[in-house]
Design a protein around this ligand. Structure first.
Ligand SMILES: [Zn+2]
Length: 322
């Protein structure tokens, strides 16, 4: 109920449920294809509020089923069987490889119009707020300089470093503002500050979004074939598949991508990039280098131990939270 209230208060309309609820928790052991009862929405491709849903789905809380079921209601085997029989009669089978019963345009139409308005002043206010918090946290930690405060600082600052990444991510997507130059300048400042080459990452991130879940072409999600897995040396296997190493792998990914892929986010001639993107990649690598030089300089000014406490550990915490 609370979920539906929040959705209606935000002006959001729910997406239709297309997956049957698991019987208990996440693990449903059925191996046969799921069968779905017909939803009128699947025929009309309409995401409006006038869904006609089947009787079984009416009884469940399906308002937030965009990602995962909110409520794991236990479904009895009898009820499940009855549902299957009904579906069988109707001859409708759930094909996991089939396109969803709605299109991207339907999702766009379901999002309230005001969510599409980009306000650069508002976006910049988030940047200013986050930068003030980052420097404020560092000043507080340096002032108290004791072992109760440092761990708290590392956690909070690691979260803030991740917040800076997310704002730069919005610049990369062009959702920060309608001005590409503003997006680029702010994106460079934010991402360079946490040692991410802005354009190099932005372009490969675009490749990721264009190939979600594609076993070969997705840039961020890259499962290995058995052949490549077997060709890896033990050190690479440990670093890639044993916790906590994979959670700290991001800088290495930026440097040399995933195993089996060539190129680097720092190198303009990498096959990640088109020829007309090389200048931007070079600019971002130069900004990254300037930030690295600044950190080296600060090492001499403040001492390496203080720098590890103020920047090094939050940087790794940020990667870990990522
Ligand atoms: Zn993205």
């Amino acid at each position: 109920m609370a979920a539906s209230w929040v959705l209606s208060e935000c002006g959001l309309r729910p997406l239709p449920r297309i997956y049957p609820q698991p019987r208990t928790g996440f693990a449903s052991q059925r191996t046969k294809l799921f069968k779905l009862r017909s939803l009128s929405v699947s025929k009309s491709h309409n995401l409006g509020s006038s869904f006609k849903v089947s009787s079984w789905s009416k009884q469940r809380n399906w308002q937030l089923n965009v990602a995962a079921p909110v409520n794991f209601t236990t479904v009895s085997r009898e009820e499940d069987k009855e549902r299957e029989e009904t579906n069988e009669e109707e001859g409708e089978f759930f094909d996991p490889g089939a396109p969803p019963p709605f299109k991207l345009a339907d999702i766009r139409a379901a999002i309230p119009k005001h969510c599409w308005v980009k306000d650069p002043w508002r976006s910049m206010s988030y940047v200013v707020r986050d930068v003030v918090v980052v420097f404020g946290l560092a000043a507080i930690a340096a002032y108290f300089n004791n072992w109760v405060v440092w761990p708290l600082y590392w956690f909070c600052q690691g979260t803030m470093f991740w917040a800076l990444f997310v704002l730069g991510h919005d610049c990369g997507h062009g959702s920060f503002s309608n001005n590409p130059k503003l997006n680029s300048v702010v994106g460079h400042l934010l991402h360079s500050s946490i040692l991410v080459p802005y354009h190099g990452w932005r372009i490969s991130h675009r490749t990721h979004h264009q190939n979600h879940g594609h076993v070969e072409n997705d840039e961020s999600w890259h499962p290995l074939s058995e052949k490549i897995f077997k060709s890896l040396d033990n050190v690479t296997k440990t670093l890639r598949f044993s916790l906590p190493f994979p959670m700290l792998a991001y800088p290495f990914y930026l440097w040399s991508r995933s195993p089996g892929k060539k190129g680097s986010h720092f190198h303009p001639d990498s096959d990640l990039f088109l020829p007309n993107e090389r200048k931007g990649v070079l600019t971002s690598t130069a900004c990254w280098t300037a930030m690295a030089a600044l950190l080296v300089y600060l090492n001499f000014v403040m001492g390496p131990v203080q720098m590890v406490k103020l920047y090094g550990i939050p940087y790794w915490v940020g990667l870990f939270l990522q």
